[in-house]
Design a protein around this ligand. Structure first.
Ligand SMILES: [Zn+2]
Length: 474
């Protein structure tokens, strides 16, 4: 494959693959169809867990899973700091949704982003680590228009600012990697529905911006490598089941955002992402940095949480791996080398059968892809790589989220869970795509390969060329 001089990654936040496919079929996205799908293709890939903005950007920009870098969610509890003074308690209740947003860049430790490896520009990005001076475009518009859009729903204004910055970048000679983020589809989806006419209109506008950008670079006689993808899907969430409120009702004082981060005598902490993922920490004020394994958790509370109508799957640690649980079943997931093992203990919580199963990582992805929890084995293993993950992690069932009455404005739709409609994402490329299943974590490795960049980074993903080899029949 010829190296590309430049690569553009367009991240359409919260774009559902099936919705984009329908719009393509009806001729609504002519630029995507002609300039991307025709020379390259479209795949339905899978994202990471929790399937939520910010956290799910990490695979694209670091080439790593969030759990590999110590980011278990958009909110999490820093156990080691949580017993400290007033200020320490606030800091320990991490939330990248508010004033702590910039901490996402520092909480990932020493890892390097693609911005560190390639001269880069980024437009409207929540992750800025590695960008050079002037490389972070429209940060002020992102903050101001983003906040306005959150409350007033004016996401098209923010998206149009992105489009203008994108077009302007076409004429700049100094970048080799360009990251373009469209927050609109996700933002409008939360307020309305993933299939709402306003969401469809936002996709059409993004397609128009793609056409304008490609026309501009074509004048320079250039066809950059283009990747278009999403960080998660979305579903309507008519039922809100707040895990913290459920615990409070059972007499467990529960630390939570936004008003109860200083909860006295807290017996538990609940940190919600997306809002269909929740991390539960027990004994959050005890001076302890290590997570608890399943046998040390209060069994009665755990059982009640698993039995909630809102919960599709719960997960916790034991000495030999990750234990997953649903109402009728239990299984252990573990890994050795590149193999993933599933040991069913009762029932079939993952939908992968009741017999023990050992498969290579990519084959487990292929096997789990068509269950209702695509790539769940790998995604739970990566999440529990970090001790910052909760003692118990909950993934919501379709139609439910774990949001409380505190959220303003109400989220009518959302994401964050392991269910297929949150995990499936579109992946478009203007170069040929492999036929094997893809993950969003594969895109950074692919971009580096297209650019011909030699590096010695440890990545969790592999380039498209290696996906094909890894999945070839023996
Ligand atoms: Zn969202």
């Amino acid at each position: 494959m010829n190296p590309a001089n430049r690569v553009v990654l367009v991240l359409i936040d919260g774009a559902r693959a099936d919705v984009l496919k329908n719009l393509l079929d009806s001729g609504d996205l002519p630029n995507l169809a002609r300039h991307i799908v025709e020379p390259g293709g479209m795949a339905v890939g899978t994202t990471t867990f929790p399937s939520t903005t910010g956290v799910a950007y990490i695979p694209f920009l670091y080439g790593r899973y969030p759990g590999s870098l110590g980011i278990p969610g958009i909110r999490w509890l820093d156990r080691a700091e949580s017993h400290g003074d007033f200020r320490a308690q606030w800091q320990a209740a991490r939330s990248y949704c508010g004033v702590q947003a910039a901490w996402l860049d520092r909480d990932t430790g020493p890892a390097r982003t693609i911005f560190d490896l390639v001269p880069s520009l980024a437009i409207c990005t929540p992750i800025t680590r590695g960008l050079g001076a002037g490389g972070n475009r429209i940060p002020t518009k992102r903050a101001i228009l983003g906040a306005l859009a959150h409350y007033a729903g004016t996401y098209l204004w923010l998206d149009r600012a992105v489009s203008r910055a994108w077009l302007a970048a076409a004429d700049e000679p100094d970048w080799r990697f360009l990251f373009v983020v469209y927050p609109g589809p996700d933002g409008i989806t939360h307020l309305k529905d993933p299939f709402h006419a306003d969401v469809m209109q936002s996709y059409r506008e993004i397609d128009g911006a793609l056409g304008a950008f490609l026309e501009r670079v074509a004048k320079r006689g250039e066809v950059p490598g283009i990747l278009v993808a999403a960080d998660h899907g979305a579903t309507a969430m008519p039922v809100h089941r707040d895990i913290a409120i459920e615990l409070e009702a059972r007499g467990v004082r529960t630390l939570r955002h936004p008003m109860h981060v200083w909860r006295r005598d807290a017996g538990a902490a609940v940190m919600v992402s997306g809002n269909a993922c929740a991390h539960v920490y027990f004994g959050p004020r005890l001076d302890r940095s290590e997570p608890l394994s399943l046998d040390a958790l209060p069994a009665e509370h755990v059982q009640k949480l698993i039995e909630l109508d809102a919960v599709r799957l719960a997960a916790s640690r034991d000495n030999d791996g990750v234990i997953v649980m649903d109402r009728g079943g239990r299984a252990r997931i573990s890994e050795s080398g590149s193999s993933v093992h599933i040991e069913p203990l009762e029932g079939d919580p993952l939908g992968l059968g009741t017999a023990p199963l050992t498969l290579d990582d990519r084959d487990m992805l292929a096997a789990s892809r068509n269950t209702d929890l695509p790539d769940a084995p790998r995604q739970l293993l990566q999440l529990f790589r970090t001790e910052r993950a909760g003692d118990l992690v909950l993934a919501a069932r379709k139609d439910f989220d774990f949001r409380g009455p505190w959220e303003l404005p109400e989220h009518r739709a959302g994401h964050g869970s392991l269910i297929a409609e949150h995990m499936y994402v579109p992946i478009f490329a203007n170069r040929p795509l492999p036929r094997a299943p893809l993950r969003t974590v594969d895109l950074m490795a692919t971009a580096l390969e297209w650019l011909g960049v030699e590096h010695d980074e440890i990545l969790d993903g592999v380039p498209f060329s290696a996906v094909e080899d890894a999945s070839a029949p023996a």
